[in-house]
Design a protein around this ligand. Structure first.
Ligand code: CA
Length: 236
């Protein structure tokens, strides 16, 4: 695979570069934020390993700039336990995984392989429930043709609910699907995000599309795509 490594600690960068190259991967290294961003924009990579504390431009800013330019290369962020940032921030900004320093090379390569397996899945189709549309590839949500801006986490929760439309899903299932595998917080955070979603995709459109199934979880209905069949009057 083609790896871009953005890491200012040169000894660490060199260790990781040597290790990955030794496994047959092609590795490009940048030692600061601006050159990392330029490298990421300038060439295709299969994965980007991005440190957070970088000179010039933090890893967060690099990630934001990439996603803002519709660059969806998977990003594994390197976080420091004592840092002022945490992994929740990394995920909210669109990182695909993170690793806390210090880490072993074996763990890094295992994570990179898992990440590539996940993103190698076929390009997902657009999900629809009535006039609600979610495009996983474009990270875009619309209701009645109007775009709705969601955070990556809200998007993940909605995507899981829509993929399981017609079925009751538990908070634990949502948590496993939309939070990272290492999350150890309270499952009730799911309620908070369903609340955010209701405000954004339902309340302002006068809808109520996420049922609460008391004591169990949530369910979205199965409805035909409001725009798929012009004979059905969906164009109005
Ligand atoms: Ca650093």
């Amino acid at each position: 695979m083609r790896v871009l490594l953005v890491e200012d600690e040169r000894a660490l960068a060199e260790t990781v570069r040597e290790g990955l190259a030794g496994e047959g991967h092609s590795v490009r290294v940048a030692h600061d934020g601006p050159s990392g961003l330029a490298a990421a924009l300038g060439a295709e990579h299969d994965v980007i390993v991005l440190d957070i504390m970088l000179p010039g431009l933090s890893g967060y800013r690099v990630l934001q700039a990439l996603r803002a330019r519709q660059v969806w290369t998977p990003v594994l962020m390197l976080t420091a336990k004592d840092g002022e940032y945490d992994e929740a921030d990394a995920f909210d900004l669109g990182a695909d995984d993170y690793l806390t320093k210090p880490f072993s090379f074996v763990v890094l390569t295992a994570r990179l392989r898992a990440l590539l397996r996940r993103v190698a899945a076929p390009r997902p189709v657009v999900l629809t429930i009535g006039d609600l549309r979610l495009d996983p590839a474009e990270h875009r949500v619309e209701r009645a043709g109007q775009q709705i801006v969601l955070t990556p986490r809200e998007f993940g929760v909605l995507e899981f609910l829509m993929r399981n439309a017609g079925r009751v899903v538990t908070k634990h299932e949502i948590l496993r699907a939309a939070w990272d595998p290492h999350y150890e917080g309270d499952v009730n955070v799911v309620e908070v995000y369903v609340g955010y979603l209701r405000r954004k995709i339902d309340a302002q459109f006068g809808r109520d599309s996420i049922d609460t199934v008391r004591g169990v979880g949530y369910r979205m209905p199965v409805l035909p795509d409001a725009y798929a069949d012009p004979v059905g009057g969906g164009a109005g």
